[in-house]
Design a protein around this ligand. Structure first.
Ligand code: GDP
Length: 522
């Protein structure tokens, strides 16, 4: 793979942060660096596509959600960046987790006054499951902040992640004057647009002109310490997910963003090789492979078509090609793959490993599906997490039970909720990771299927997939717990427990049964 090959040029990443830390602001600034999207020879934006585009926009407005921003592709410094958006709700949905299964690196945005917040930590843990390399951006340096050392220490302690400050702030809040690049000894000033100035180090006299006199000594001491005592940046440790390079800046003031995007271009990995169940697929392989990590429904209730977002893992996805959908063994034609430019959509002629394209379909594609040029492999790693909230569906019109069953099946295939059908024949149970998904399900069942539903508490609060090496033991467990067993969408059994105590009780009694809270899609 040469530096200039399409794969080597790609950077596919996400931004993880707590709400309000500045993700949206940073995204806007990153896209500005992208400028006009021109991918000569690779993509032909559909010039006559204004019709489609405006339809699309209308749909977005109607639902008040952004489809286009699911993926934002832009070019900068001879790199193609695919920025995958993690949903912005305060609440968790599985979409967030799945999106992170499709990236090669992530930017962690931290509010300099707040440090690591709950959601950042949770998202980080998901990244850690796959050892995704993380670049840290400490934002809002133009406001009152916590001490930089304290922030680094918090990252190390809370996330068990080494830190290597690549830039160091010169002042903060009102006296925030810029940053100094500790490796290259370059000073970037917030009041000057130009290229950074070479300096001798923290003791450079230029800095005396930037900070209030009473802050200079303390700052020098601190910056000197950062230079001496902090870990230097180590590419291998970063790529393995053990160390994060740290940048300081202000997204709002568009400061520090260039250093950040340069870091993604230089440090962040090109598309990674992906584990399939039979073998590892190298990103540089010539034959196309990819997996579906997200499904977005068409908002028009009369058209049940959906967009499946595919991460290309190897080879070239070309318009019009035939691909094999491994789950069914059937071929599908990739007729109108969509590419998502910063603010537009276009039809793709070609996409490469690392790219994300949208495939319109009528329900053929499911989350976790693998597409290949014929080989029978299945990518693992689009996980399903045990839901944290379980509810039984109460249908307010008993005549529509069959329709409800179909609708729930579709919603589950789309990944809106997880569906569990109890072995004892009682009503369907839905599970979600974040409570917001329950509202989404209820709204959509009403709007798209005319099904008015309510939720009922169940006696269960915990759900675990159950596995056992010994088939007989597995069977014995299922039979002994009939009323607490349900099947998921794939027909795999789960054990439903009333609380942590009863789960523990069963775990202690059934040593040969494994209870898992994460399941890979088949
Ligand atoms: P998100 O919820 O993470 O997407 O955060 P936003 O980008 O919407 O930012 C939340 C708020 O913080 C907004 O009012 C932004 O204007 C503000 N903000 C973002 N970045 C900065 C920054 O660098 N400095 C300051 N002072 N405010 C910022």
């Amino acid at each position: 793979m040469t530096e200039t090959s399409p794969v080597a040029r790609r950077r596919t990443f996400a931004i993880i942060s707590h709400p309000d830390a500045g993700k949206t602001t940073l995204t806007e600034k990153l896209l500005m660096f992208g400028g006009a999207i021109q991918m000569a020879g690779e993509v032909r934006a559909k010039r006559s596509g204004t019709q489609t585009r405006s339809d699309w926009m209308a749909i977005e407005r109607q639902r008040g959600i952004s489809v286009v921003t699911s993926v934002m592709t832009f070019e900068y410094a001879d790199r193609v960046f695919n920025l995958l958006d993690t949903p912005g709700h305060e609440d968790f949905s599985e979409d967030t987790y799945r999106t992170l299964s499709a990236v090669d690196s992530a930017i962690m945005v931290i509010d300099a006054a707040k440090g690591i917040e709950a959601r950042t930590k949770k998202l980080f843990e998901v990244c850690r499951l796959r050892d995704i390399p993380i670049i840290t951006f400490i934002n809002k340096m133009d406001r009152e902040t916590r001490d930089p050392f304290e922030l680094l220490d918090e990252i190390e302690q809370t996330l068990a992640l080494d830190t290597a400050p690549v830039t160091w702030p010169v002042g903060s809040g009102r006296s925030f004057a810029g940053t100094i690049d500790l490796r290259h000894k370059l000073l970037r000033r917030i009041d000057v647009e130009e290229e950074p100035t070479p300096v001798s180090g923290p003791d450079d006299p230029l800095i005396d002109t930037l900070l209030p006199a009473h802050e200079i000594d303390a700052w020098r001491e601190e910056a000197g310490l950062a230079l001496e005592a902090c870990k230097p940046f180590d590419l291998d440790a970063f790529r393995e997910g053990h160390l994060t390079p740290v940048f300081f800046g202000s997204a709002l003031r568009n400061f520090g963003v260039r250093d950040l995007i340069d870091a993604i271009a230089e440090m962040a990995p090109a598309p990674r090789d992906q584990e399939a169940d039979q073998r590892t697929v190298a990103a540089s392989e010539p034959r196309m492979t990819g997996f579906v990590f997200k499904i977005q429904a068409n908002m028009d209730p009369n058209h049940r078509d959906r967009i499946a977002f595919i991460r290309v893992c190897s080879g070239k996805l070309a318009r019009g090609m035939k691909a094999k959908l491994v789950r069914t063994g059937k071929p599908i034609t990739v007729s109108a793959p969509q590419f998502f430019f910063a603010r537009e959509r276009g039809i793709v002629d070609e996409a490469f490993a690392g790219d994300v394209v949208g495939l319109p379909n009528h329900g053929t594609l499911r989350i976790g599906d693998t597409l290949t040029e014929g080989e029978d492999i299945v990518f693992r790693g689009v996980p399903s997490f045990a839901p944290e909230i379980l509810r039984r569906i109460k249908l307010n019109d008993a005549m529509k039970a069959k329709k409800l069953r179909e609708a729930l099946q579709q919603m589950a295939e789309e990944g809106v909720v997880q569906l569990f059908l109890p072995h004892d024949g009682s009503g369907a149970i839905v599970g979600v990771v974040g409570a917001l998904q329950l509202d989404v399900l209820k709204d959509r069942l009403q709007a798209e299927y005319g099904l008015p539903i309510d939720y009922e508490q169940t006696r269960f609060s915990i759900c675990r997939w159950i596995e056992a090496k010994d088939k007989v033991e597995h069977e014995r467990f299922l039979n002994a717990h009939g009323s607490s067993i349900a099947n998921d969408l794939d027909g795999d059994p789960v054990f439903l427990a009333a609380n942590a105590f009863s789960l523990k009780y069963e775990q202690d009694r059934w040593k040969d049964i494994t209870f898992t809270d994460v399941k890979d899609y088949q």
